[in-house]
Design a protein around this ligand. Structure first.
Ligand code: 9PG
Length: 520
């Protein structure tokens, strides 16, 4: 049974397993809210049918796999529509495990196998989202309003090519640039699942943390605690810890690093114990800024050891990790389901990865995939999730100042840097050795700036009086012509094979090795 709410009920809270809001007419635009950090958040014309993003093998790590093929406009947790007169109607869940859709003149929300509260409001875009955020904060909690620490992160320059000598050169080169955290990203571990230092870090992770702390900064570390690659010891030794579907088959958590990913069942008592041990270990090594990544894996659909709704199961596992890490640690959740992370993490990545490229024809047109790393994708989704700012530190991902190994134009870099200032989250991966004198000055200014920020519209701001308009970044490439659609379908089919993904991974590694030999 669906409860029906007439639109007079603005600003109202209703408790129901499912709820429909009848609109006076068909809306003009629809706000699609993707499930996790990397999934897109976009406003589109309701008429527009977005093609299925490719490759499908990546769906579990980019979208909510339970809903990716839905015919109507739909989204995770909340939906908003814009009416002919420009007014916005919002239907948002105030709990976990809810999905919404637009069917004709009705916005419908459903809790997956549970019940909970709904918030319904109408008005102008900024005010309905602000009210919704306030209600979410009351129920899920919110984190401190102190500024987020300023982070140097190893990923977007060195990628997996990190090792002790390279990091030492970076730490030396940073001199007195005002970073609060030096965060070691992917590349230190033996395998995704086997969280011990690999041969490139033979002095051990504790020594590395000490070296960072000796520069006067906090030590940060990347971990993907809820997934494992197929070749990891963890997966080989504990197959029974991993999530399965109703037919007993292992659930895919996506494909990355040239390998199949699997998800831990975080309701399994031995998994909980293992997770606690892992968090204790990283704290004991000396890291107190944790970037916990690929967290969506904790909320994938499947049969769990304990029959807990999937997002609730994820939230409980995040709470467990938080508890062991302690309140004095800073927890950045990445690749994380949005609503279930609120109140537990300190910061939340709210868009896909930025990249030293703006947008590729391959990703935007052929694969039609706005979750793939790219600066335009990152800016678009981050802006559409700015409403989360009162609840959590919103991470728009790193910005770029360098010209070495970077195709972004000065204007594109400026748009991204300014967005980070608006979000009040400052991070970069630029190697100090790659920066010219004026680029280094700009980075220092960025790290120390306290600009006066005024939001002048849904997608425009004034920074110290300087106009900043993102409207040109926001649109998605629309329906492709027939020839492009055929090319895209063929390319998407090719890209879906494990051998193509493996070759792509190998080529990526080779190109990284070459770039590093030349540049660092
Ligand atoms: C390390 C990286 C960095 C980065 C994270 C995450 O959907 N995708 O294809 C996709 C690929 C990589 C990725 C996210 C999504 O990157 O966001 O900051 O830590 O892992 O491997």
């Amino acid at each position: 049974m669906i409860d029906l709410v007439q639109l007079e009920a603005a600003g109202e809270i209703v408790r129901a397993p499912a709820l429909a809001v009848r609109l006076p007419a068909a809306p003009r635009r629809y706000y699609y809210h993707g499930w996790q950090s990397w999934s897109p958040a976009i406003w589109t014309d309701t008429e527009l049918r977005l093609p299925t993003p490719h490759p499908k093998r990546l769906h579990p790590m980019q979208f909510d796999p339970a809903h990716i093929f839905e015919p109507h406009p739909h989204g995770s947790g909340l939906a908003a529509v814009e009416m002919e007169d420009g007014g916005v109607v919002l239907l948002g869940a105030l709990g976990m495990d809810a999905h919404v859709e637009l069917a004709g003149n009705e916005v419908r929300g459903t809790y997956e196998g549970t019940t909970g509260e709904w918030f319904v409001d109408r008005g102008d875009e900024r005010s309905v989202f602000a009210h919704y955020a306030r209600e979410l904060g009351k129920r899920l909690g919110k984190k401190s309003s102190n500024s987020a620490p300023r982070v140097w992160c190893s990923w977007y320059s060195l990628f997996t090519a990190i090792d002790e000598p390279r990091l030492a050169r970076v730490f030396d080169g940073l001199e007195n640039l005002p970073f609060d955290v030096l965060q070691v990203d992917d590349g230190w571990q033996q395998s995704v699942g086997d969280w011990e230092a690999n041969a490139k870090f033979s002095s051990g992770m504790q020594t590395l943390a000490q070296r960072i702390k000796a520069t006067g900064r906090r030590a940060g570390l990347w971990l993907a605690p809820l997934i494992a690659v197929k070749s990891s010891r963890l997966f080989r030794q504990h197959r029974d810890w991993f999530l399965r579907d109703a037919r007993g088959r292992l659930v895919s958590a996506g494909f990355n690093w040239g390998e199949q990913l699997y998800a831990l069942d975080t309701t399994h008592p031995l998994v909980i114990q293992w997770l606690k041990g892992l968090m204790q270990k990283t704290r004991a090594w000396g890291y107190d800024y944790l970037k916990l990544d690929f967290l969506y894996a904790g909320a994938l659909p499947g049969q769990r050891h304990t029959a807990t709704a999937r997002e609730m199961a994820y939230r409980e596992s995040l709470e467990t990790m938080r508890e062991v890490l302690g309140e004095d640690a800073f927890l950045l959740a990445c690749g994380a389901p949005i609503l279930p992370s609120l109140g537990v993490c300190d910061a939340l990545r709210i868009g896909p990865d930025t990249a030293p490229q703006w947008e590729s024809q391959r990703d935007a047109v052929l694969l039609h995939n706005p979750a793939i790393p790219g600066t335009r994708n990152a800016i678009r989704t981050t802006l559409n999730r700015m409403w989360l700012k009162p609840l959590v530190h919103i991470d728009p991902d790193v910005v770029y100042f360098r010209s070495v190994d970077c195709d972004l134009t000065p204007q594109q870099k400026y748009l991204l840097q300014s967005l980070a200032l608006v979000c009040d989250f400052r991070a970069t991966s630029d190697l100090p050795q790659w920066l010219g004198e004026s680029e280094r000055d700009s980075l220092r200014e960025f790290l120390t700036a306290r600009p006066r920020i005024e939001q002048t519209g849904a997608r425009s701001f004034k920074l110290d009086g300087r106009e900043l308009d993102y409207s040109s970044v926001m649109e998605l490439t629309t329906t492709p012509d027939r020839w492009t659609a055929i090319k895209g379908a063929t390319f998407g089919w090719l890209a879906n094979h494990t051998w193509t993904l493996r070759i792509d991974h190998e080529l990526g590694k080779r190109s990284l090795r070459r770039r590093m030999k030349d540049a660092f």
